[in-house]
Design a protein around this ligand. Sequence first.
Ligand SMILES: *Cc1c(COP(=O)(O)O)cnc(C)c1O
Length: 439
Amino acid sequence: MQMKNKRKKYAKSAHAFTQARKNIPGGVNSPVRAFGGTGLKPLFIAAAKGSKIYDIDSNEYIDYVGSWGPMIVGHAHPKVLKAIQAAAKKGTSFGAPTLAETELAKKIIAAFDSIEKVRLVSSGTEAVMTAVRLARGYTKRDLIIKMAGCYHGHSDSLLVAAGSGVAEKGTPSSAGVPDAIAKLTIVVPYNDINAVKTAFKVHKNKIAACLIEPVAANMGLVPPTEGYLQNLHDLCCQNNALLIFDEVITGFRLALGGAQQLFGVKADITCLGKIIGGGLPAAAFGGRADIMDMLAPTGTVYQAGTLSGNPLATAAANATLNMLTKQNCYRKLEILSAKLEKGLTDAAKEANVPVTINRVGSIMCCFFTDKPVRNFVDVRSTNIKQFKKFFAEMLKQGIYLAPSAYEAMFVSLAHSREDIEKTIEAAKNSFRKISRKSR
Ligand SMILES: *Cc1c(COP(=O)(O)O)cnc(C)c1O
């Protein structure tokens, strides 16, 4: 099979990275951007449009990172740009309430059955951090349960790894996180309901909340097993703890009402981000009114933000959500993503490279393993060397995948059938090369 393989040049990106590293720690403003998981140097991006992204060496790629999830309608969508421009003309920040914030809040409440009130913030980290504080304030308890491999932003309570035993208190997963704080988080394996039961038993009446990505999308992509989310919901109820769904990725991605709608399980507090910023910094958390009203200024749980509900971000969010409420969006994403999944599966089989592809809607991950991937231990046992080769080969052929074996790929409404077909062709070549190299 012949593939026009114009040799790509990366000289400008390489130079830019050298300069950046002199001025910015590691040359990047968020670690995974450094391409550390690939053995390559990062591309510096000049622009993006629709499903394509362009680096400063003028290479074009079909983009499956989508800014790590937000760009569900594609890059630089004319309607989003128009909304941002119109808002910018009227002033970029007031630190006072605006009509557009209520409009956005109403849209979020309409989409999620479990949300009666919602507060806007500027990042997913902030949303989850505050949801945890709110759960602690509401229940008057200190401990929280999180699942290994789920990412909830970089607040202290959530940069925590599992302790030594089941239901054991956690240990810091980052320098600078005090032991005393890590100890308040219990980390259990994803998809293991018995571990949660044990934690509730061992720490009776002390657990404020169970926090989970209902579909785990920060360890590749790991769906919940049958009944897991419902069981988690029931356990929280029985123990008077709150269930917090971190739908920063899955909200408005898997369905308008997120993973909750897809799996029919309601959370007490839901965290949103990524898509609801429409590519600008915005996030949110919401839930039952009695819980949400505990926030300042009505309640005693403090939270604030200078740029919360920022007019530009809110305009981008409203424009994006308006498009997503149009019929057929999620059907279209499903069809495109299913086609990509099948193409990748067949290509790997043809080349005799064992892979497990996990997919829920427009989020998927190709794991290099012949085993099922159901939790973080499974994810960590996949073949990273093969991932690196695959990543490099795909990049050469103009496909921009997430630069880490632990990150998912995102299909957007801007991806065309032709994009998907090109991607499958590139994957065929890439899998073949891997198979040859490992022989
Ligand atoms: C990205 C992400 C966050 C953090 O959001 P930021 O906007 O990067 O702070 C939290 N939770 C999940 C599930 C995420 O994917």
